[in-house]
Design a binder for this molecule. Structure first.
Ligand code: HEM
Length: 458
């Protein structure tokens, strides 16, 4: 027997549109999960959406024989710039398969190890900046971490220096991208006819799109004019051939994928870095334990690539940060056929099933009575591997899971270990409680710190 999927009361024509906070939809999704439990459905001006919130349901929809990634309305808007790049490609698009097969090897742990020196290079620019500004300078870590992640990505994968640390403000690409993603989210929540008459927003959307695509054009032209020996990701994109078909990537798909890596790779990682500082500052015992590990294993010398595998508590901290605040908090899949969830909730073929990863990561059936608590000890090696399958999914799932995971992992290890080795970090306002900012990803808002250089550190 089927059971109806709960739904909030709906208003004629617009359905549940007003139930979602325009600036912070994740907050509304979480409140609705508190109210309706494991599953609920929304009608967004005629577009039906089913949201799943528990580990059991997330595990069920992570079965690639029954469900596949669906390009959500927000991602459909992002396609205006990223086309059939890896992140926004529909499952049946041939260029996804081609790019996936050609580019996967570039992100193996082995290849990412070779990017260590370039990651350290960019990290040292942040260290120098914080050092020179001194202990009284107010730091917006989300902004500086965005500079690190954007610059590291373009240097490591495209051998192209964006030099964000030499700019007063954010890099124009980062600014255009933030606005473009924000507007993509807004457009996806407005009824279609409204988008056509929002002339100013449309002009700005097109302008931001052009700023982003101009940068990847520049990068591609620059490489063609100045060929490099470096076997980086861009080299692979331009020369790689698919073993199955013998085909290479068409030029427009190279541009879409360059843009995709810049978009998918930098906000997510800078969000993770910023959340990490927040949780560590709010949990002094975890900060103390992590600092002790870094001092013992690395001490006063600069970090080297071998250190990456010597920091088990840092690993647990990173896993716990992404459990509580997965910087990409939701993803969408669709059933391949009409089906029943948990044998009782009927869902139709192709309907959008939104996976609320942030809610499922707080499932007490998996994480016990204190799922809201930041407790890295629960994520130490051994305990982490013993979690049920699909209980921790910040990088998505299966074929469409994150290709950049080893890249992000190594970068966060380097930045956190180096920052904590060199500075005592303090909150500007000790009473600060987490506020969020959301575009395609989430990150802390109004979060400021000071960085006090530690005596005797390199
Ligand atoms: C896909 C999260 C860093 C590139 C994804 C997905 C998630 C995710 C959840 C799946 C999205 C979906 O199912 O719709 C994260 C997080 C990161 C991170 C939390 C950092 C903490 C990176 C980096 C790169 C990257 C550094 C690039 C170097 C991509 C790409 C895809 C993807 C290209 C699409 C893969 C495909 O569908 O073939 N990421 N990501 N990500 N990510 Fe990441």
């Amino acid at each position: 027997m089927t059971v109806p999927i709960p739904a909030p009361p709906s208003i004629p024509f617009i359905g549940n549109v007003t139930a979602l906070d325009k600036e912070l939809p994740i907050k509304s999704f979480n409140l609705l999960a508190d109210q309706y439990g494991e599953i609920y459905q929304l009608n967004l001006a005629g577009r039906m959406l089913v949201v799943v919130n528990t580990h059991e349901l997330v595990a069920e929809v992570s079965d690639e024989k029954r469900f596949m990634k669906k390009i959500s309305p927000g991602l459909l808007e992002v396609r205006n710039a990223a086309g059939d790049g890896l992140f926004t490609a529909h499952p049946d698009e041939p260029n996804w398969h081609l790019a996936h097969r050609i580019l996967m090897p570039a992100f193996s742990t082995m290849n990412v190890r070779n990017m260590f020196d370039d990651m350290m290079d960019i990290t040292s620019q942040l260290i120098m900046k914080w050092d020179r500004f001194g202990p009284n300078h107010l730091i917006d870590p989300a902004s500086d971490f965005t500079k690190i992640t954007l610059d590291a990505l373009s240097l490591c994968t495209m051998s192209y220096r964006l030099n964000s640390f030499y700019l007063e403000d954010a890099h124009p690409f980062a600014k255009a991208m933030g606005d473009f993603l924000g507007e993509s989210g807004h457009r996806s929540m407005r009824p279609g006819f409204m988008n056509t008459v929002m002339y100013n927003q449309n002009a700005k959307f097109q302008q931001d799109r052009a700023t982003m695509l101009n940068l990847v054009d520049d990068i591609l032209v620059n490489r063609k004019e100045h060929p490099s020996d470096k076997k980086d990701l861009l080299h692979l994109m331009m020369t790689g051939k698919d073993k199955e078909t013998g085909l290479g990537l068409p030029d427009d798909n190279i541009k879409f994928n360059l843009l995709t890596f810049l978009i998918a790779g930098h906000e997510t990682t800078s969000g993770m870095l910023t959340f990490s500082l927040y949780y560590l500052l709010k949990n002094p015992e975890a900060m103390r334990r992590l600092r002790e590990e870094i001092d013992e294993k690395i001490g006063d010398r600069p970090m080297v690539v071998e250190d990456v595998h010597k920091l088990p508590y840092l690993l647990a901290v990173m896993r716990e940060v992404l459990r509580l605040s997965p910087s990409a908090p939701m993803r969408t899949v669709a059933p391949l056929e009409d089906t029943l969830l948990k044998g009782k909730y009927a869902v139709q073929k192709d309907i959008s099933l939104t996976v609320n990863v942030a809610a499922a990561h707080r499932d007490p059936k998996v994480y016990g009575p204190d799922p809201e608590k930041f407790r890295p000890e629960r994520m130490m090696d051994g305990k982490f591997q013993a979690l049920p399958a699909n209980a921790w999914q910040p990088f998505g799932f299966g074929m469409r899971g994150c290709i950049g995971r080893p890249f992000a992992w190594q970068e966060v290890q380097i930045v956190l270990a180096t920052v904590l080795q060199r500075f005592d970090i303090v909150l500007q306002d000790p009473a600060y409680e987490l506020q969020l900012k959301q575009t395609l990803t989430i990150k802390p808002k109004n979060f400021y710190i000071r960085a006090i250089p530690r005596a005797g550190k390199p």
